[in-house]
Design a protein around this ligand. Structure first.
Ligand SMILES: Nc1ncnc2c1ncn2[C@@H]1O[C@H](COP(=O)(O)OP(=O)(O)OP(=O)(O)O)[C@@H](O)[C@H]1O
Ligand SMILES: [Mg+2]
Length: 355
């Protein structure tokens, strides 16, 4: 989607001075490993647990952690094999340290520590949200700052000003639910399974997005914050008031109108923040950025404002380890024994998402 970014040799290596990296991601329900060489993705393997959690309508933390434990070694081996490398060849091991499900994170962190120690490599502890932002640094997108980044995922919704990939600066975030959470809950209300995003998007494709008028959170405000609790409740009431038969008949219209109410403020505030900050581009990130309507709407708002839109490949928007390898190149590596005491954390520190 993006084209014409300035791409000098200086930007081909991140600031941390390491570039051939084995990265591991286990923060939620995807067991992922990747090998990156600077901005080049040499391999990226994602073993999704989504089906395992479908019967429960959401991710069960204990089930996720146990599944990671059984899968992570095979996924790491597959990523190294696909890159044609042995562990000895990499410069460093990187892993998602935070935020996420603590049991799930612990599996990745313990695995990465063992691999780094065994191979005598430094370890890079990465913030998952920093990873979502740095997905835009990877080729072929290779987006140069400055830009405004949107992360819209299952657990977070935020805008950051990125002058430097090493130091994203928070502009605003959701005051209640994440956009992905609203999408998943809405999908559940409409009888779609978990995860709801792709299913809701498929259903919405046959619907009229103007059929229902759902409220847009913080509609009167022009800042960079979001709210999705109201639209979620509005869908619940609409479904209750319409009754089973009418809901059955109008499910596609409900899906399209609901999806519109969630993605419109994302696109609008993202482009608005870029205009306010005077930066030439915006980047989409996080699982909700896989949504076609969000991509189209962002382009629609951006074009007349003269703002370029960078949207990474869908596989780099949802959870993956290549983005963790990218963020690792903007995070100081730790050598033994400093990483021995670095632990998994359920949340990012208040100071920010970069190290
Ligand atoms: N095509 C799509 N349309 C809308 N939403 C989508 C689509 N594909 C995935 N999603 C949503 O993306 C979310 C998952 O994104 P991601 O994997 O980045 O989240 P997470 O890792 O669980 O949360 P976080 O990144 O905040 O820790 C889910 O809510 C899912 O429904
Ligand atoms: Mg994520």
């Amino acid at each position: 989607m993006a084209s014409g970014w300035a791409r000098g040799p200086a930007r081909l290596t991140g600031r941390a001075g390491i570039r051939l990296i084995l990265a591991i991601e286990t923060s939620c329900d995807e067991t992922a490993a990747a090998v990156v060489d600077g901005p080049e993705v040499r391999s990226s393997v994602v073993a999704s647990q989504a089906r395992l959690h479908t019967p429960y309508g959401g991710v069960v933390p204990e089930v996720a952690a146990r599944q990671h434990l059984g899968t992570v070694n095979a996924v790491v081996d597959e990523a190294l094999d696909a890159a044609g490398l042995a562990l000895d060849a990499v410069d460093a091991v990187a892993v998602t340290q935070r935020p996420g499900l603590i049991g799930a994170l612990l599996v990745g962190v313990a695995t990465a520590k063992a691999l780094a120690y065994g191979a005598g490599k430094p370890l890079v502890m990465v913030d998952h949200l920093h990873g979502h932002i740095c997905a835009s640094w990877l080729e072929p997108l290779a987006l140069d700052p400055p830009f405004v980044s949107l992360i819209a995922s299952g657990g977070h919704t935020r805008l950051d000003l990125v002058d430097d990939y090493a130091e994203p600066r928070l502009l605003g975030s959701t005051l209640d639910d994440a956009a992905g959470e609203a999408i998943d809950k809405g999908a559940r209300t409409l009888g779609l399974g978990y995860p709801g995003g792709p299913a809701l998007e498929r259903l919405a494709a046959d619907g009229d997005r103007k059929a229902f008028e759902f409220p847009v959170g913080l509609a009167g405000r022009t800042d960079a914050d979001f709210s999705f609790a109201g639209v979620k409740t509005a869908l619940l009431y609409a479904v209750r008031d319409l009754g089973e038969q009418e809901v059955g008949r109008r499910r596609a219209d409900l899906a399209a109108s609901y999806q519109e109410a969630v993605v419109r403020p994302l696109a609008q505030r993202l482009v608005g923040a870029a205009v306010d900050a005077g930066v030439p581009a915006v980047a989409l990130g996080g699982g909700v950025a896989a949504n076609g309507r969000l991509r189209a709407l962002t382009a629609e708002f951006a074009e007349p404002a003269g703002v370029a839109v960078a949207a990474p490949d869908r596989a780099l928007c949802t959870d993956n380890a290549a983005m963790i390898g990218a963020a690792a190149q903007f995070t100081p590596p730790l050598s033994w024994p400093r990483y021995a005491g670095a632990d998994a954390m359920a949340t990012s520190p208040p100071g920010g998402i970069a190290a």
